[in-house]
Design a protein around this ligand. Structure first.
Ligand code: COA
Length: 359
């Protein structure tokens, strides 16, 4: 059987997350994601994804150890040319974790350390290329707050931390997406966790996966006013263009993450012209897509309101995909651990369709 892009092929049985596209439901380890994000921190949900249980109520579970990068990793980051894209810097720095001392740690501890290290790597390279002094991690801050602190050098407002944390919690894990699959393929050779995550970061870089909330921001800037929604969208559809932030391979109804992010945005910004335009545009665009692409079931995806969150907290566009990776590191490592618990090397077949020659 040949299935291009392995579309619809079941490659893995997992107990980490279920994504039900028809009913718009995402569960982490059996629990609705909406319930988890309301009641638990990023740290607690990470613990849940890795260990199949939430931390005990009286246990304060933090992601702190490992925020300080090893000296050789700092040296590598500081030696990178300033034009190095952040995703490349992340891949290079994370790859440098594969040394004896690190790979001999228990795999769950490696997963925690890689998750904790990624924000420090991003912030160090980001500040280096912008000619800003590096900000050391603050042990008093949560994982999310510390990320914002290291990027900006100012103590982040609680509402900004909460908005970003909502986004991070909603994007930690999403089944067999390309980067998670890459992580599982790599670890299935019994290489190591660092190699698996390095593969995942390389996969995440591509525009077909890493997502582009920035394209949604550009779309809304182009629309500008409510009267322009219809003409701008119609023009795009008539030219065969895709509307950014709409449609999903799995979800054929509203993406549950999009709904939760929309609610968080409304809470965060209160009365805001840009958000008003985004919510009005959403309704009109869904109706226009149904008119022009009947039966395709095109609704807003996670990128649409991720764009609104990123804009509200003033996250620079070049940090959108790196920030997505900060969240997804938890999913990658949880999947790699699960793969090793019942491993078979991934080795599909290929069919040679070229000519055969005598020379
Ligand atoms: C996300 C995406 C790649 C999923 O694609 P998919 O499930 O493989 O769907 P297909 O590419 O097979 O598209 C199915 C049909 O819907 C149309 N369609 C899908 N997304 C569309 C969009 N955003 N705008 C307009 N039409 C769209 C396609 O043109 C196609 O129409 P056709 O049947 O006339 O050829 C796709 O919806 C897309 O490109 N969206 C815009 C980019 C985006 O928001 N990406 C972030 C994803 S989280």
């Amino acid at each position: 059987m040949f299935q291009k892009g392995l579309k619809d092929v079941v490659a893995v049985h997992t107990k980490i997350a279920s994504v039900e596209g028809d009913i718009g439901e995402l569960r982490y380890r059996g629990v609705q994601v909406g319930e988890l994000i309301t009641n638990h921190s990023f740290e607690e949900i990470a613990h849940f994804l890795w260990n199949e249980k939430l931390p005990e109520r009286n246990e304060s579970y933090t992601l702190q150890e490992g925020r300080e990068l090893p000296a050789h990793v700092k040296t590598i980051i500081d030696a990178l040319p300033p034009e190095t894209p952040i995703m490349d810097a992340m891949r290079t720095a994370i790859s440098a974790y594969a040394h004896n001392e690190f790979t001999n740690e228990p795999i769950e501890q490696q997963a925690r350390h890689l998750t904790v290290a990624l924000p420090t790597i991003i912030a160090r390279h980001y500040r280096n290329v912008n000619g800003l002094p590096v900000i050391e991690p603050d042990p008093a801050l949560s994982h999310t707050a510390n990320y914002l602190w290291m990027l900006t050098g100012t103590k982040p407002a609680d509402v900004h931390v909460e908005a970003l944390e909502t986004y991070l919690k909603l994007t930690m894990e999403h089944g067999m997406n390309a980067s998670t699959f890459a992580a599982r393929v790599t670890i299935s050779t019994e290489s190591d966790l660092t190699a698996a995550v390095t593969s995942a970061l390389g996969t995440m870089k591509g525009p077909l996966h890493g997502g582009a909330p920035s394209a949604v921001i550009e779309l809304l800037e182009e629309i500008g006013t409510e009267e322009n929604i219809r003409p701008v969208i119609l023009n795009k559809l008539q030219n065969g263009e895709r509307i950014m932030g709409f449609g999903h391979r799995i979800y054929k109804t509203e993406d549950p993450r999009s709904i939760l992010l929309r609610d968080k945005c409304a809470e965060l910004t209160g009365k805001d012209n840009w958000l008003d335009l985004a919510t009005t545009a959403e309704k009109e665009i869904i109706a226009l897509l149904e008119e022009y692409k009947p039966g395709r079931k095109l609704y807003t995806n996670v990128e649409y309101y991720a764009a609104a969150i990123m804009r509200a907290i003033q996250m620079p566009p070049e940090l959108f995909t790196p920030t997505f990776s900060v969240a997804r590191m938890v999913g990658w490592t949880a999947h790699a651990i699960e793969q090793l618990s019942d491993n078979t090397i991934f080795r599909p077949q290929s069919v040679y369709v070229g000519k055969k020659f005598e020379i």
